[in-house]
Design a protein around this ligand. Structure first.
Ligand code: HEC
Ligand SMILES: [Cu+2]
Length: 350
């Protein structure tokens, strides 16, 4: 009896705080539109919603099974527990019952068939969804440890922060992603917008999403891809049609030369930066690192590892490992004057 009591207390103490956290977190999250937290219980796009509804359906079925089994178990334990005077006697021996055996074969088979059909339906609805002519196409390339986004029809290349238009169900403008990898396996996962899809070298995977409201949605590389996998964050900005057009327009602008920061541009063009980075209109056309042409249009640097501020940029260029240990950008040992000049130049890249 003591042991049972202890077991119950410990279980309650362990599980209750978790349940509490879980419920309050889910509630707080679904009501606020803060981009600080993501939430698998608040889908905002059709594929994410289908997956969520399906998970709830599976949870309901398995929940019922759990309750039925537990009830029978508790009933059996209590009803048939050892009583004084039982010692030495044998319980009734039952050999086979066609009825019971049929029941425990047919019912599970039916449950499995239902789950199988429901799964197949959701997979089909998501994977075979037709691509409307109004769809936006984006190519996503996973790199250790950052994301490259290319908009082939719009001539835009950017990194880490994906901009897509909101999709009004009356006039859908979904975004179809082609997922590629430059090195190893990664996985694109923005829980509120869609399921995880892997980015695999030498293979093209596809997914789509049609966010129903504007906002910023956070995600994460969901496949271990190396030391900085945990700092390979994703930021999807879902814009109103006007905001999206304005963003596209700004991204399509050429950089204009600013005489005041020519020294910084010279440092960029005469050091190894150009081997890894592109800035349109300069000698830099490297593709190993993010395209910096419109660096200042991004809120974060290094795939969400730091905010895009003057101090962080300076720190990043001086010593990338201070922001993201193990990142594939080397510290270049530039002088303070060069770093300052570079940062001033980079800050003109709007
Ligand atoms: C060997 C290749 C390489 C060289 C050389 C290099 N970088 Fe990088 N750079 C990278 C990689 C890779 C990243 C992405 C790191 C990450 O997020 O994990 C990066 C990221 C950046 C970023 C952040 C961009 C963003 O949007 O997140 C800036 C800014 C940057 N580099 C500037 C420079 C400057 C300036 C130089 C020259 C002093 C330079 N880099 C030299 C590879 C390089
Ligand atoms: Cu990754």
């Amino acid at each position: 009896m003591e042991r049972v009591k202890k077991l119950i207390t410990v279980t309650t103490l362990r599980i209750f705080p978790f349940l509490f956290w879980f419920v309050t977190n889910a509630a707080a999250n679904s009501s606020s539109h803060s981009p600080d937290l993501t939430n698998i219980f608040a889908p905002e796009s059709t594929p994410a919603k289908s997956i969520f509804d399906f998970s709830m359906f599976v949870l309901a079925i398995t929940g019922i099974i759990f309750v039925v089994v537990c009830t029978l178990l508790i009933y059996a334990v209590l009803k048939f527990r050892g009583k004084p005077g039982d010692a030495g006697s044998e319980p009734a021996q039952v050999y086979g019952s066609t009825q019971i055996e049929l029941a425990w074969t047919v019912i599970p088979v039916l449950i499995v068939v239902v789950l199988f059909l429901a799964t197949a339906r959701v997979i089909h609805a998501i994977q075979d969804a037709p691509k409307p002519a109004t769809a936006l196409e984006v190519t996503v390339i996973g790199h250790q440890f950052w994301w490259e986004f290319r908009y082939p029809k719009l001539g835009i290349v950017t990194a880490n922060e994906l901009h897509i238009p909101v999709s009004d169900p009356a006039h859908p403008t979904p975004t179809f992603l082609q997922l590629l990898s430059a090195d190893t396996d990664h996985s694109f996962w923005v829980p509120q917008l869609g399921g995880k899809t892997d980015l695999i070298p030498n293979r093209v995977n596809e997914m789509w999403m049609d966010p129903h409201r504007p906002g910023v949605f956070l995600g994460q590389c969901a496949q271990y891809c190396g030391v900085q996998h945990a700092k390979m964050l994703l930021r999807v900005s879902v814009d109103t049609p006007q905001d999206f057009q304005a963003w596209v327009h700004a991204q399509q602008q050429a950089t204009h030369d600013d005489a005041a920061v020519i020294a910084g541009r010279r440092v960029f063009e005469t050091t190894a930066c150009i081997n890894c980075h592109t800035i349109s209109g300069t000698a830099g056309n490297g593709r190993f690192g993010p395209d910096l042409t419109h660096l200042m249009s991004r809120q974060t640097i290094a795939s969400g590892a730091a905010e895009n501020t003057t101090e962080k940029l300076r720190l990043w260029i001086r010593n990338p490992d201070a922001v993201k240990p193990g990142s594939l950008m080397p510290a270049m040992n530039l002088s303070d004057t060069d770093v300052d000049a570079l940062v001033s130049y980079l800050e003109t890249l709007h």
